[in-house]
Design a protein around this ligand. Structure first.
Ligand code: WTA
Length: 687
């Protein structure tokens, strides 16, 4: 387990200006509401329930669950039998309330000159049209639709259209490789995919469609046909698109002057591939929502698992709707005149909950950002904040750390006077980055919310509330409403008071995942078997003398690289596919910007040389099998790996070797101690 983070002495009080208007104005008020949410969850969540439109009420108990594998299968049901539609609540309802002309999304493209906006009424119309398109393709309740897109408004339209007709969306981050995309499509047996022609990322033009085409080929080879691929024409006319195949692509004629012009060749498969703008043209702009049971699936989202095979985390309609909306409202203290910006990609859970569903359910105005923090320069975030007068901003510690490196001038060039709340998510934030975010970005006047949660939790589970919680840099502080955390020792005993151990939760909240798609057994084994009676997060945590919770990081074989969870097993199986590799072991390694990175020990087959070319080929293997973001930072030649007598690789020792730490602890179970010295010798000098 990672060492406890240093406890900062300093406590930061909620800004008084925020407190006055906040939904929760003091820590005392938070504690009262929190106690109610734990002692009487039904009363607490019924109030939330009453804020939504339900076609019909629950037919059984409001909450029904079993969290204990010893008593039978794990099951979690909130408001079963009640009927609703999350898209209806996110759009129609806001239009009916008079928010039709309010901006739902500003779109800020990769290029600062690319921009757009869409109101709630317009969004509703587009969503209805796309829902009709999906219906016309024969897609309906329970069908799985894959989405592989950059951060554009059509991405939100796609997921809302699925939700409107009861289709289950499975969004795959558009940085995954063809093979990873294919694995996910196959696991979910998706019948269609929505994508775009290409996308600019900084100065790079990526041909997304060709990645999708390759993935669909892999699917066909494995006897699964994806019937339709709907392609958004996203590139501007200057980025010329050449089609091969029979169909012809219409090009919009708005000219955008400054971008570099490149040519993108698209292969077009008639019958399967259709242009979004063509099918949308004839689609009707109204579409009745399909009323879904609160416990019907809403979406699945794949997350890395310790064994290497990704898990399709399944969320359901009613609970997720209530939880995403409620956490958004309280954690960002949502106010009607806010302009809110979450920089996460919708391909990750943060984008699902805090770009799409949470803000829309509250009728908020937010920003969809296609670009990167460094393009055209390291001031982009702050420029966008001034441009739209952003009040609440949510990003990842990795981004903060890398921007810190560029110096304060990039921040100070911009005013940032609109900012009130600054959030972080995805990985532990080191106090140094927290303090920079607070003092430099926030001018020492904004509340910082370090939000801990997971794909599995659906929304924030440990987080400060900006008007109520005094914060300590580096601590996610206290549980959200309805969340009952405990910290367990190895033997499963709860630690009372201060101490460090496994972070678990004792009771379900509405937004918790319901199962692993197609694999309920894996759901139970991963989250409920280790400590019966608890949901096990897989993270370590430490509680300090004031009751603050500090997340210490993963305690399984997952590595958190720049806020993206990867399994060491997944990286190893990619490496092993290279014909020169006999064996590979990868471990997590500290990294000053990414938080953690991947360090691989590779044993080559006899006669193979560990040359620079070999290293490039191995890194490339990981890029192709998983995606560029998974590329290892360090590869080291390992003539042999440290193993126990029964042949198990001792990763604990590998982590130490990677760090150059000779204090190896107990090595008595090692089969061959001479391996250790050899590995220290081969350690790269820059590790
Ligand atoms: C880590 C992202 C410390 C943690 C929302 C968790 C964090 C994993 C924090 C989930 C935080 C997320 N402090 N660690 N504020 N937020 N994590 O599923 O290890 O992509 O288990 O969901 O990220 O990553 P996931």
């Amino acid at each position: 387990m990672a060492a406890s983070p240093p406890e900062a002495d300093e406590i930061f009080q909620p800004p008084a200006s925020l407190q006055a208007e906040a939904h929760v104005k003091s820590f005392k008020e938070y504690e009262e509401l929190y106690q109610e949410s734990i002692n009487d969850p039904e009363t607490f969540w019924r109030r939330v329930y009453d804020g939504f439109y339900w076609k019909s009420p629950p037919t059984g108990p409001f909450l029904d669950y079993n969290f204990d594998v010893r008593k039978g299968p794990i099951s979690i049901k909130w408001m079963a039998g009640a009927q609703t539609n999350i898209c209806y609540n996110a759009l129609d309802r806001n239009v009916e309330k008079g928010l039709g002309n309010k901006i739902a999304f500003y779109w800020e493209g990769n290029y600062p000159s690319d921009q757009g906006k869409i109101t709630y009424s317009e969004l509703l119309e587009e969503v209805c049209r796309f829902a009709n398109v999906l219906k016309s393709l024969g897609i309906g309740v329970g069908d799985r639709v894959a989405i592989y897109m950059p951060m554009i408004v059509e991405l939100s339209i796609s997921l809302l259209a699925c939700a409107r007709i009861g289709a289950i969306h499975s969004i795959v981050f558009a940085g995954y490789s063809s093979e990873s995309l294919a694995d996910r499509i196959l696991d979910a047996e998706c019948c269609a995919i929505v994508t775009t022609d290409g996308v600019w990322r900084g100065n790079k033009l990526l041909n997304l469609k060709s990645i999708v085409d390759k993935a669909l080929d892999i699917c066909s080879e494995r006897k699964h046909a994806v019937k339709k691929s709907i392609v958004v024409r996203h590139l501007s006319p200057k980025d010329e698109v050449i089609l091969s195949g029979d169909a012809n692509g219409e090009m919009a004629d708005d000219a955008i002057a400054k971008r570099p012009c490149r040519t993108l060749k698209l292969h077009w498969q008639d019958g399967r591939d259709v242009w979004w703008h063509e099918v949308m043209q004839t689609a009707d702009k109204s579409c009745d929502p399909v009323w879904m049971d609160a416990e019907d699936p809403l979406f699945m989202l794949y997350t890395s698992g310790s064994t290497g095979k990704p898990k399709g985390v399944l969320h359901t309609v009613g609970g997720y709707m209530m939880y995403s909306a409620t956490t958004f409202k309280y954690t960002f203290d949502y106010q009607p005149d806010d302009v809110y910006w979450c920089t996460a990609d919708v391909g990750w859970i943060t984008g699902h909950t805090y770009v799409a569903y949470g803000p829309l359910a509250n009728g908020a105005t937010s920003i969809i950002f296609e670009g990167t923090p460094f393009y055209p320069d390291a001031g982009r975030f702050w420029e966008v904040i001034d441009k739209y007068k952003v009040t609440k901003f949510y990003t990842a510690p990795t981004a903060i750390r890398s921007l810190m490196k560029f110096g304060d001038e990039h921040v100070k060039r911009h005013k940032r006077t609109s900012l009130k709340i600054l959030g972080t998510v995805g990985e532990p934030i080191n106090p140094e980055a927290w303090l920079w975010y607070y003092h430099v970005v926030g001018n020492s006047k904004c509340a910082i919310v370090d939000t801990f949660w997971q794909t599995e939790t659906g929304g924030h589970v440990i987080t400060p509330l900006p008007g109520a919680t005094p914060t300590k840099p580096g601590s996610a502080t206290f549980p959200f409403f309805g969340i009952q955390p405990a910290i367990l020792k190895d033997d499963g005993q709860e630690i009372e008071g201060t101490g460090e151990g496994y972070l678990v939760f004792k009771k379900p909240w509405p937004g918790i995942m319901r199962t692993v798609y197609g694999d309920p057994e894996r759901f139970e084994t991963t989250y409920f078997k280790k400590f019966p009676g608890y949901y096990c997060t897989g993270d370590g945590a430490h509680r300090d003398k004031d009751g603050y919770i500090w997340i210490t990081g993963r305690i399984d074989d997952l590595v958190n690289v720049s806020g993206h969870l990867l399994s060491t097993a997944e990286v190893e199986s990619a490496l092993i596919e290279h014909p020169a590799v006999a064996e590979a072991a990868s471990v997590s390694h500290p990294h000053s910007i990414k938080g953690e990175c991947i360090y691989c020990f590779v044993t080559l087959k006899q006669g193979e040389q560990f040359t620079d070319e070999m290293k490039v080929a191995l890194k490339n293997m990981v890029r192709v099998k998983i995606g560029p973001f998974a590329q290892p930072d360090f590869l080291q030649n390992a003539p042999a790996l440290p193993k126990t007598r029964s042949g198990k690789i001792m990763r604990r020792i590998l982590r130490k070797i990677a760090r150059g730490d000779r204090d190896l602890g107990d090595t008595s179970t090692l089969a061959d101690e001479s391996v250790i010295e050899l590995l220290f010798q081969f350690r790269p000098s820059d590790a």
